[in-house]
Design a protein around this ligand. Structure first.
Ligand code: ADP
Ligand code: MG
Length: 352
C-alpha cells in the first residue's frame, strides 16, 4: 500500500516547483498577509514556508496529512467556482510520503505557544510537541524524494533548470498578490542566507513589480487594460456549454507590458508572467501573440509581460492537471485573435 501511495503522491508533487506552489497556496488559502519562503541549497536540502495565516486547529492535527483530507471543499459545486487554491487534500499527504516533513502551527488564541507536528510517511500523526510560535503555520520539507532514488538523482541533475522555474513561479506570486508581504531567501551549501527578493505589502501590482524587478522596469511599462468580447459559440461536450447561455462573454486582460520601441529600446527584463483570475499559470499561446506583436516594433527584444486574464469561472477549467497550472480556456483561438487586434491597437496608440 505504501508503494502505491508513493506513486500516486508523485503525481501531485512532481518536482520542486510543485512543492513550492502547494505550500505557498496553502498559506494564501489560510489568509496570510505575510509569507516567507526559505530554501537551503536551492531546495535540495530544505524548503520552508512560513505564513501568518489562521493556523491549524487541534482537531485537525490527526487528519492533516492523510490522503484526501481537506478542510476547504464543502460542496461539489465549489469545484467549478474555485476560490481557494487547494481542494484535493493531497499536497501534505504527498509530502509526508516523499520527504522528511514537519509542521509548526499556532492559532491566535494560543500564541506564543504553538505545536510542532511530526508524521509517519503514511501521513499518520507520529507526535506533537509544544514550541514557541507566532500565529500562523510553518511547513518544513527536507530531503525531497530521498526515498525515490531515481527521482532524487533527476532532481539533482536538473537543479539549475528547476531552480529557475521555482524562482519564476515565486516571482509570479510576489507580483500578483497585493497586500501581501512576500519574501524569498536562499542559503547556499556553504555561505550566508540571502534574501533574493521581497515585497512590502503593497497596494498595487506596479509596486510589487518595482520590489521584485527594480524601479527601472517601470520606466518601460505601459498599462495593459484590454477588453475582449467573445460571441456565444457551441462546442458540443464542453462543460461551458452545458449551461447553454447565449450571452456575449467579456474577457479582460489587465496588467503591464513593455512599451514597444523602434530600434534599440531600453533593455527590459524579459519576464513574462501570465495569470487567470489571479492564478499563476503558463499560457504559451498568449505569450506568442504578445511576442509577435511586440517584435513588429523591435525584433531584437522580448517584452516584459504581466497579464492577468479575468473572466467568468465557467469559461475555463483549471482542473485538467494536478498542479492546476495548465488551464483550458473557452474558445481560446477566438480569444487569441481578439487579443492580437487589441494589442496592435494599443501599441499603435503609443507616442514614440
Ligand atoms: P488542500 O489544500 O487541498 O486542502 P493540503 O494537503 O494542501 O490540501 O492541506 C491539507 C489541509 O491542511 C488543508 O485543507 C488545511 O486545512 C490544512 N493546511 C495546510 N497548510 C495550511 C496552512 N499553511 N495554514 C493553515 N492550514 C493549513
Ligand atoms: Mg493545498
Amino acid at each position: 500500500a505504501r508503494t502505491v501511495h508513493q506513486i500516486q503522491s508523485g503525481q501531485v508533487i512532481v518536482d520542486l516547483c510543485s512543492v513550492v506552489k502547494e505550500l505557498v497556496e496553502n498559506g494564501l488559502d489560510a489568509g496570510a498577509t505575510s509569507i516567507e519562503v526559505r530554501f537551503k541549497n536551492q531546495g535540495l536540502d530544505s524548503i520552508e514556508v512560513q505564513d501568518n495565516g489562521s493556523g491549524i486547529s487541534k482537531e485537525n492535527y490527526e487528519t492533516l496529512a492523510l490522503k484526501h483530507y481537506t478542510s476547504k471543499l464543502s460542496t461539489y459545486a465549489d469545484l467549478s467556482s474555485l476560490q481557494t487554491f487547494g481542494f484535493r487534500g493531497e499536497a501534505l499527504s504527498s509530502l509526508c510520503a516523499l520527504s522528511k516533513f514537519s509542521v509548526t502551527t499556532c492559532m491566535a488564541s494560543d500564541a506564543p505557544k504553538g505545536s510542532r507536528l511530526e508524521f509517519e510517511t503514511s501521513g499518520k500523526l507520529r507526535g506533537t510537541g509544544v514550541v514557541a510560535a507566532q500565529k500562523g503555520t510553518t511547513v518544513t520539507v527536507e530531503g525531497l524524494f530521498h526515498n525515490l532514488p531515481v527521482r532524487r538523482r533527476e532532481l539533482e541533475r536538473n537543479i539549475k533548470r528547476e531552480w529557475n522555474r521555482v524562482i519564476g513561479v515565486l516571482n509570479q506570486y510576489a507580483c500578483i498578490k497585493t497586500g501581501l508581504k512576500f519574501s524569498v531567501s536562499q542559503q547556499p551549501n556553504k555561505g550566508k542566507r540571502m534574501i533574493l527578493f521581497s515585497t512590502k505589502g503593497n497596494q498595487t501590482t506596479r509596486d510589487n513589480i518595482v520590489n521584485v524587478f527594480g524601479a527601472k522596469t517601470l520606466a518601460v511599462l505601459i498599462p495593459l487594460d484590454l477588453k475582449l468580447e467573445l460571441e456565444p459559440t457551441s462546442t458540443p461536450g464542453q462543460k461551458w456549454n452545458t449551461q447553454n447561455d447565449d450571452t456575449i462573454h467579456e474577457v479582460y486582460i489587465r496588467g503591464h507590458v513593455s512599451r514597444p520601441a523602434h530600434g534599440e529600446g531600453r533593455q527590459t527584463p524579459d519576464r513574462q508572467m501570465f495569470f487567470v483570475n489571479g492564478r499563476p499559470c503558463g499560457l504559451p499561446q498568449f505569450a506568442k501573440v504578445f511576442n509577435e506583436v511586440y517584435k513588429s516594433y523591435n525584433a531584437s527584444q522580448s517584452p516584459f509581460i504581466f497579464a492577468d486574464i479575468q473572466l467568468d469561472t465557467h469559461l475555463y477549467d483549471v482542473n485538467v492537471s494536478p498542479d492546476k497550472r495548465t488551464i483550458l480556456l473557452h474558445d481560446q483561438n477566438r480569444m487569441l485573435g481578439n487579443l492580437r487586434e487589441s494589442l496592435v491597437a494599443l501599441f499603435a496608440s503609443q507616442d514614440y
